[in-house]
Ligand binder design. Sequence first.
Ligand code: GLA
Length: 384
Amino acid sequence: MDIEIVRNRFIKHFDGTTGSVYASPGRINLIGEHTDYNGGFVFPGAIDKGMIAEIKPNGTQKVLAYSIDLKDFVEFGLEEKDAPKASWAKYIFGVCREMIKRGVKVEGFNTAFSGDVPLGAGMSSSAALESTYAFALNDLFGENKIDKFELAKVGQATEHNYVGVNCGIMDQFASVFGKAGSLIRLDCRSLEYKYFPFNPIGYKLVLLDSVVKHELASSAYNKRRQSCETVVAALQKKHPHIEFLRDADMKMLAEVKDQVNAEDYMRAEYVIEEIQRVLDVCDALEKGDYETVGKKMYETHHGLSKLYEVSCEELDFLNDIAKKNGVTGSRVMGGGFGGCTINLVKDNLYDTFIADAKESFNAKFGHDPKVYDVVVSDGSRKLL
Ligand code: GLA
């Protein structure tokens, strides 16, 4: 993230004056995938890659927005009918609208932004963008009256209402609440959270980006969520207290086996197991038991690949290479359908693992995976 680039472009693109500068990060997630919209647990942390935006109120009712990375300029009004066509601008527009719905008197502004979260890599560049603007508009137009949870919900509601992805709260929560050096266990039903200092001595956390992003990922994502809701509806007939899959166990699930289709059943099976794995990983971390953490990560990968079916050939291949190299834990990270694996690897195995992953992946798919070392960092903030 380069603040100088943003400032220079802002000055050049607009009237030569400067505004305020805000930043929000992308995220990793150690374990707990597709559990957030099922009322379960997640275990994310913010990273040292994110979005930076410079913003200055312009005294009109128009937003003039410049995407530095895409070299694209868009102008839009602040009413519902003014939705921009450019997909990147929909995020900023959606955040404006969601802040207005929450009583913030958003007015027109000039803005330029840039980011270094790789797009489509499962590190939540979109949450970084939403959180940056939610945090900024709260500061510039809302006297910071909206609390941090509500800022995360502004980002989530933007996805639901202006982007068309029925996501959970994990990405926006991690982006807003991130803390350097700590992962955060979040209970997505109660929204209780706890910071876990994460500094595994003798291990590294590394992301391998397959650089594939599959089309229709968002409709496939929404379909997964629908499967979970279908199973909840079946479970409720006998157990009316069940609100989310979080409230069910495998015994209850078995009771409805012949009332739901095989695919929905597999999806629910994965989710119920995954929610438990997050808790197991937290226990293991507190004991410094990284072997168990890693074992659970492999179990998650298996579930995401075979039951939830959100992996792909490239990610399964990277997972196999990790296993072959004795990597402690590895799994597809984020929503899936392309993107990254997250790998917990012993320091002394790191170099050979990365070299083998690059060589074998390139031999099979014709290009190298990208490698990102993870630095767990702070959440949304004002920079200038
Ligand atoms: C995406 C969504 C999150 C979460 C993950 C999967 O990143 O935005 O809400 O569901 O997928 O864990």
